[in-house]
Design a protein around this ligand. Structure first.
Ligand code: NI
Length: 314
């Protein structure tokens, strides 16, 4: 029989045997269009879409039962390029998910002190971080949240907070984009002596996570700002003492936990005096100041909004 096959507005006359199975016809269409049979839709003029699953012999049904001599068939489909794009995207997505699952599994396995699925209720003391929140405009929020919980539930951190009776309102992350410039690289911030502590946990490119051991050093620094705003001798003495205590008061000690394959190895400052790590320019705000008041850097909320705005404009 003779058929006119139309694809993307172009028509082509073909001659096929009446008994040619539909699937073989589809393979001919594939040769001409690059569309594999499973992505093809065949529309026969006047009788509509060919529903291959509903045909008596499915894809083996002869073409004469599908259409008749002289008919026009329109082919609709997705080209291989697009399919490949789609498959690439799917594969990428799957890889990303797998990587994240691995990382979380790794955190759960190695973080004996902070199993991700259980860690939200591990701390029973009142001397801890009241709330833990990742920045809501950054990607991979659940990983960030898990990381922050890992900090909160770290036995050493718990022990020093208990010892010094520190209650911190919020533990959140410091946005690398907003706190990195050619002059400085802020690693943490303490606002109003413990109202909010921000810690940099992401690498500058958002592609990975800072090494936990290094982050804990920053946590010690920011916790010390609960007592002293200035970087004076009192401050550094407390800071160095805290770094020792988070190890000594933790029954398991620090064994250089890793979060996954793509951790940032940090500046390698763990074994150096606290003074060598530039974390911030001192605590912001006095004990009684209201967050977001006259503080020259603005409130956390403002800062978050500005950072989000900055990213939008990029
Ligand atoms: Ni500081």
């Amino acid at each position: 029989m003779k058929l006119t096959v139309n694809f993307k507005g172009k028509s082509q006359d073909v001659e096929i045997e009446d008994h040619l199975p539909v699937i073989d016809f589809q393979h001919k269409v594939e040769e001409a269009t690059g569309i594999p049979p499973e992505m093809q839709k065949l529309l026969v003029a006047k009788s509509g879409m060919v529903k291959i699953d509903k045909l008596e012999h499915k894809e083996e049904t002869p073409m004469k039962d599908v259409t008749k001599d002289g008919s026009k068939i329109m082919v609709i489909g997705t080209s291989m390029d697009k399919i490949q794009d789609l498959r690439d995207a799917e594969q990428e997505d799957a890889q990303r998910k797998e990587k994240m699952n691995k990382r979380l599994a790794n955190m759960a396995k190695h973080g004996k002190r902070a199993v991700v699925s259980r860690d939200r209720n591990l701390v029973t003391s009142e001397y801890t971080f009241d709330r833990v929140e990742p920045l809501n405009f950054l990607p991979r929020q659940e990983e960030a949240r898990a990381y922050l919980h890992k900090i909160k539930n770290d036995r050493g951190v718990q022990a020093v907070m208990e010892k010094y009776k520190w209650k911190v309102g919020l533990l959140t992350e410091l946005d690398p984009a907003f706190n990195t410039n050619h002059e400085s690289r802020k690693l943490g911030q303490n606002r109003n002596k413990g109202e909010v502590i921000e810690i940099r946990i992401r690498t500058d490119d958002y592609g990975g996570w800072c090494e936990f051991k290094e982050v804990i050093k920053v946590v010690c620094h920011e916790l010390a700002h609960n007592e002293f705003s200035e970087h004076d001798r009192n401050f550094w003495d407390l800071c160095n003492k805290l770094e020792k205590e988070v190890k000594d008061l933790d029954p398991f000690g620090h064994k250089g936990q890793q979060l996954g394959a793509d951790v940032y190895n940090g500046p390698g400052l763990w074994d150096q005096p606290a003074e060598n790590l530039h974390c911030d320019d001192g605590g912001i705000g006095g004990g009684s100041e209201v967050l977001g008041g006259s503080d020259e850097e603005g409130s956390l909320r403002d800062k978050m909004l500005r950072a989000a705005e900055k990213r939008r404009r990029k």
